[in-house]
Design a protein around this ligand. Structure first.
Ligand SMILES: [Zn+2]
Length: 286
């Protein structure tokens, strides 16, 4: 899994991970790095891990050729490598996730209020919010890619959606924004925080989410109904979510791993379902 060297297809040179920096990678090499084995087309990502350990990791969307040493290496040492690279990454449990979303929403609301109205633009301090965890010293992780710990868990940094930056790439962030619309497809979906056509920021419910939250994903259309309802009465929808930041061609995706990972106007998934149920029964808003 830890690959030391990559082939840069721009100049056909081999580059060592230890010679790279995040800045250099994002400005020059991102998208051009491949497995250096002949005829292997696997793409590589640069990882500047904890403790300053730098290495390349196989881009999850690509595969090594059959028999590629990098692939073998990955399999043979999977257990140990995994433990090593993940020991500083700690899974966020549901309670910590819940608390974090709740606090982020409350701070955002009160910050906006003191800033001249609840639904005014972004409060100034928003990027300095860090929702306190147990100060256990690790980085937050999702997708069960980290270690489980007892207690509240690691600190999670909060960003307003328009303030996400390149160095948030790959990191777990609590993101706040306003919902524009929702798109639901067969096996994935998006909550759009920006109008269509712009450099988009989207909450992404991808394959992992669908597989691990099957019944909730099937009920996502109710979330869509809620968004449409709020839009129809011109009520703003504040979205708080916790996910992994991923830069894609057309903007930024925030990858969510479970249904507890987002809240709209302070309501989690189940509360929105209950709200919509009640609305349908009464035929009016409560
Ligand atoms: Zn390879």
């Amino acid at each position: 899994m830890h690959i030391e060297e990559a082939l840069c297809k721009m100049n056909n040179r081999v580059i060592k991970a230890k010679d790279l920096s995040r800045g250099l990678y994002f400005s020059k090499y991102k998208g051009y790095l491949y497995c250096k084995e002949e005829e292997c087309t696997a793409k590589l990502n640069f990882v500047d891990g904890n403790n300053r350990v730098k290495f390349f990791r196989t881009n999850p969307s690509t595969n090594h050729k059959i028999g590629c040493p990098s692939e073998v290496n990955h399999d043979e040492n999977a257990g140990e490598t995994k433990k090593k690279s993940y020991e500083n990454r700690l899974n966020i449990n549901n309670k910590h996730m819940n608390d974090t979303l709740e606090r982020a929403f409350k701070k955002f609301i009160s910050g906006s209020a003191s800033n001249g109205g609840v639904f005014n633009k972004k409060p100034k301090y928003i990027n300095s919010i860090k929702i306190k965890g147990d100060n256990v010293g690790g980085n937050p992780e999702l997708f069960n890619d980290g270690l489980d710990i007892i207690g509240r868990g690691p600190n999670i940094s909060t960003r307003f959606f328009s303030n996400l930056e390149k160095n948030d790439e790959g990191q777990i962030r609590c993101v706040i924004g306003y919902v524009n619309s929702m798109q639901l497809m067969q096996r994935h979906g998006y909550i759009n925080l920006t109008p269509k056509g712009q450099n988009s920021v989207k909450v992404h419910f991808a394959e992992y989410f669908v597989v691990n939250n099957e019944s909730e994903f099937n009920n996502m259309k109710i979330i869509d109904e809620y968004i449409n309802l709020m839009n129809s009465i011109k009520e703003p929808i504040i979205c708080c979510c916790i996910g992994r930041i991923k830069y894609v061609k057309i903007g930024i995706n925030i990858l969510i791993d479970r249904y507890q990972g987002f809240a709209l106007n302070g309501m989690g998934f189940r509360r929105i379902l209950a709200y919509m149920n009640e609305y349908k029964e009464r035929g009016e808003l409560t």
